[in-house]
Design a binder for this molecule. Sequence first.
Ligand code: E4P
Length: 221
Amino acid sequence: MKFFLDSAIVDEIRPALELWDIDGITTNPRHVQASGMPFLKVIQEIGELVKGTDKTVSVQTNPASHNNYQAIVEEGRKLAKLSPNFIIKMPCTEHGFKACKVLYEDGIRANLTLCFSPIQALQAMRMHALYVSPFIGWKEDNGEDSDQFIQDIVDIRDSQGYETEILVAAVRNGRQIGYAAAVGANIVTAGYSVYQTSFQHAYTDMGIARFQGFWDKTPYE
Ligand code: E4P
């Protein structure tokens, strides 16, 4: 399973590429705003970080176009010209699905974001989305189960033979990452601190301190 970083902050993306070998980046308007940089400038800077690799950068179109597929397509074509690594992100709406199909026919791949039901995921698959992004953190914040949700989307993909990759998004902890991997999701995307915390364990730290004690009392040669 691939690990994507959910961020538009270059000072997070650079170390995550170097230390964790993350496989891709997902951005959204919140992340771009948090970067403190203009949209086009920051996405191009992120594109430079992955230039020459197969790591993708999901770049979100203007949410105002959610009910106008021609506008999504126009913006998607413009963004796709900026970098071969860019994947165009649009919402799971009737017009978002249609834009995905039109862009696919142009050779431009899409990430269908804001997915909250198995049927939305199925329509993204039918429209040849490269990625579909079920937002599990938002569901859980709303008191809804997300484990069965992910399982259902995986079952649909496998039973129907679609190639769309399931990109589990809005991931909040290591348990969710492990679950997504166990049931066959292709990718998770999470923030920098979620990965940092997930890679740590108190027993690992305790074990290092314990072994250090023995190491220090033992001659090396
Ligand atoms: C990913 O593509 C999404 O933009 C992201 O996971 C949204 O989640 P958030 O609630 O962490 O911003």
